[in-house]
Design a protein around this ligand. Structure first.
Ligand code: C2E
Ligand code: MG
Ligand code: MG
Ligand code: MG
Length: 279
């Protein structure tokens, strides 16, 4: 290693940088193994209809339980998975598992609800992504109307290709939503041209409804705008009864958050059904 202290510093890799790089490499190797060793699992967060108080959907969220490192949150590995392309493998596994889980619930006789799956932009831009989704629906036997793809504003921004893919999904009868709405820097004009069904208000707004009046204004404005455009709205990150009542008052269509339920493992879903008619 070239090391020269002084005016010109030739030390390209500081110990901190080395450590960061090797941590990343370890994580990448671990993630590849996790896929092979089935260390990935899904949890499901209930989504509630604010008018009826009933469960109308679940959002599938990936979890990585490493035998030594313990639980690693998606915020720590999804970006890396995108960078390395591993997201394509993970994403397909997530989609298949979530659709199969939803179909299994229907087979058990539960009323059909929608399963929302997060899609990263690299996944969405992959050639024949729509073909993969179609095959997963065929293989699992899930009706496309019970699948929702959560897209982010970054996906929408660009290409004609992304737009035409969205229309393909729409024609298939798949539900499309914009996740973390309001946090991207994209122009609102896409709302006019894209076949989107639902906006999901980012939890950074929900969190501050009673802390910053400007957040309350933004939340009610997003709801009004969405309704005027013929879209539904779901608020993310509802943690208190006050937030829930504010959202109800503002005619927000749906909500999810710790106040309603944390994300739960599959075996707890059926139990959750009974719980949501209480407000
Ligand atoms: P997201 O799609 O916006 O998902 C919502 C996140 O907020 C989840 O974090 C959820 O556990 C958390 N959350 C829900 N309710 C509350 C609440 O009341 N308070 C607070 N503080 N947090 C709440 P999670 O599961 O850690 O996922 C983080 C992000 O990782 C997700 O954000 C999503 O963008 C990404 N992600 C998760 N699973 C997948 C996946 O299968 N594929 C892709 N591409 N991304 C995923
Ligand atoms: Mg999401
Ligand atoms: Mg997301
Ligand atoms: Mg979100």
């Amino acid at each position: 290693r070239v090391k020269e202290q002084g005016k010109n510093n030739f030390e390209f890799y500081t110990p901190e940088m080395n450590e960061a790089i090797s941590k990343k490499m370890k994580l990448e190797i671990g993630l590849r193994k996790a896929i092979e060793n089935h260390e990935l699992a899904l949890v499901y967060q209930p989504q509630i209809d604010l008018e009826t108080g009933k469960l109308f959907g679940l959002e599938a969220l990936v979890r990585w339980d490493h035998h030594e490192w313990g639980m690693i949150p998606p915020d720590e590995f999804i970006a890396l998975a995108e960078e390395t392309g591993l997201i394509l493998l993970i994403g397909e596994w997530v989609l298949y598992s979530a659709c199969a889980q939803n179909k299994a619930l229907q087979k058990e006789g539960y009323p059909p609800i929608r399963m929302a799956v997060n899609i990263s932009s690299r996944q969405f831009q992959q050639p024949n992504f729509a073909g993969m989704v179609r095959k997963v629906l065929e293989d699992t036997g899930l009706d496309p109307m019970y699948l929702e793809l959560e897209l982010t504003e970054s996906i929408i921004q660009d290409s004609q290709y992304a737009i035409s893919t969205m229309h393909t999904f729409k024609k298939m009868g798949i539900h499309l939503s914009i996740d973390d709405f309001g946090t991207g820097y994209s122009s609102l004009s896409y709302l006019k041209i894209l076949p989107i069904d639902t906006l999901k208000i980012d939890r950074s707004f929900t969190r501050n409804i009673f802390i910053d009046p400007k957040d309350a204004s933004l939340v009610s404005t997003i709801i009004t705008m969405a309704h005027n455009l013929g879209l539904k709205v779901i608020a993310e990150g509802v943690e208190t009864t006050e937030q829930l009542h504010f959202l109800k008052q503002q005619k927000c269509n749906g909500a999810q958050g710790y106040y309603i339920s944390k994300p739960i493992p599959a075996k707890e879903i059926t139990e959750a059904w009974g719980r949501f008619s209480c407000f």
